[in-house]
Design a protein around this ligand. Structure first.
Ligand SMILES: [Zn+2]
Ligand SMILES: [Zn+2]
Length: 111
């Protein structure tokens, strides 16, 4: 079997590029390997323990509950509707800023 990894030495982790349909607003989201939340409504699914590892078997809907700013980047805090797990998600340029700003000023869980 030929190795397809020979052309990319030094790769340290596997980018996962997965498209998905947002369970909240129904938008078809093109995955970019780094984020798995919906850029329109900022919801996602609870599938990661650490970002990108897909190690959680919960699968609940992660709902945005708060947002803030750290250095120059916005982040959104999401809470899983099934198990209550909360996590921070950095936003990206393609996320709807107006949607992020809606959650500013809300209490951030876990602090
Ligand atoms: Zn959505
Ligand atoms: Zn969960």
């Amino acid at each position: 079997m030929p190795s397809s990894d020979a052309a990319s030495p030094g790769r340290r982790f596997t980018r996962r590029v997965e498209d998905f349909d947002c369970e909240h607003c129904g938008r078809h989201v093109r995955g970019n390997g780094y984020t798995n939340h919906c850029p329109a409504c900022l919801h996602s699914k609870h599938v990661d323990v650490e970002p990108g590892d897909r190690a959680a078997d919960c699968g609940g809907l992660m709902t945005p509950v708060a947002a803030g700013m750290e250095r120059d980047a916005y982040f959104v805090v999401q809470r899983c509707g099934r198990c209550g797990h909360t996590r921070r998600n950095k936003t990206t340029a393609r996320d709807a800023t107006a949607e992020v700003l809606k959650y500013f000023g809300r209490p951030i869980p876990g602090r």
